[in-house]
Design a protein around this ligand. Structure first.
Ligand code: DX5
Ligand code: ZN
Length: 219
């Protein structure tokens, strides 16, 4: 049984103070930092890119769990790897050559993640599960923090967990979007071992990050 890890999304952080915010996450017990990269094309929002990741890299020892909501994606993998990403997660909906992009992330010695939008099915990535380190199951439509959790994705996680067992694979299952104290237990029970959370970590309990992270871990 894998330990439950929390990957707080800095999309909900104070963007005018990101260096301090990631320090707060580190001190608050975050297991990694979820960096939501959006290009205003794959999703209707625009956030940060390689220069910001590069600037933050030297101020944080935690893994950067970089979620690329961009299309095209293949030609930018080098830039995010060189900027300091540790996990690079891409969307099959954003590339016409997923296998090649997975290979590219591997060549850069980074952990490979593949993300499925709520309406995307596991069959999109079934034949690649043995080549990846992490499957990111979206529980909101990508683009914004603070959205409502979509409980229907829990069945997809249960299904993915079953396939993982049948194929004797060991990839992480990460869930992303609308995670809070009311749904984190069902996400874990469904089979997620990494929870992304932005709003709940930064806004709940007067912004007590340590308390919020522990509550999400059911501690
Ligand atoms: C949405 C992002 C999520 C989001 C999570 O496109 O991928 O990581 O920022 O934020 P909350 O926890 O507020 O839903
Ligand atoms: Zn994300």
């Amino acid at each position: 049984m894998k330990n439950i890890q929390i990957s707080p999304s800095i999309l909900s952080a104070d963007f005018s103070n990101l260096r301090t915010e990631i320090k707060r996450l580190e001190e608050g017990g975050a297991d990694m930092i979820h960096v939501d990269v959006m290009d205003g094309h794959f999703v209707p929002n625009l956030t940060i890119g390689p220069p910001v990741i590069k600037a933050l890299r030297k101020h944080c020892s935690l893994k950067f769990d970089v979620h690329l909501m961009i299309s095209p994606v293949h030609k930018y993998i080098d830039a995010y790897a060189d900027a300091g990403a540790d996990i690079i997660t891409i969307h099959p909906e954003a590339t016409d050559d997923l296998e090649n992009s997975i290979k590219k992330i591997r060549e850069k010695n980074k952990q490979v993640g593949v993300s499925l939008n709520p309406e995307s099915e596991i069959k999109l990535i079934l034949n690649l599960l043995d080549k990846i380190d992490l499957v990111l199951i979206m529980s909101v439509n990508p683009g914004f923090g603070g959205q409502k959790f979509m409980p229907e994705v829990l069945d997809k996680i249960k299904n993915l967990k079953k396939i993982q067992k049948e194929k004797k694979l060991n990839f992480d299952i990460e869930i992303d979007g609308g995670i809070n104290f009311d749904n984190c237990k069902s996400a874990i029970e469904a089979g997620a071992n990494i929870l992304v959370s932005g709003t709940t970590v930064f806004r709940s309990n007067n912004g007590d990050i340590k308390k919020n992270i522990n509550l999400l871990k059911l501690k």
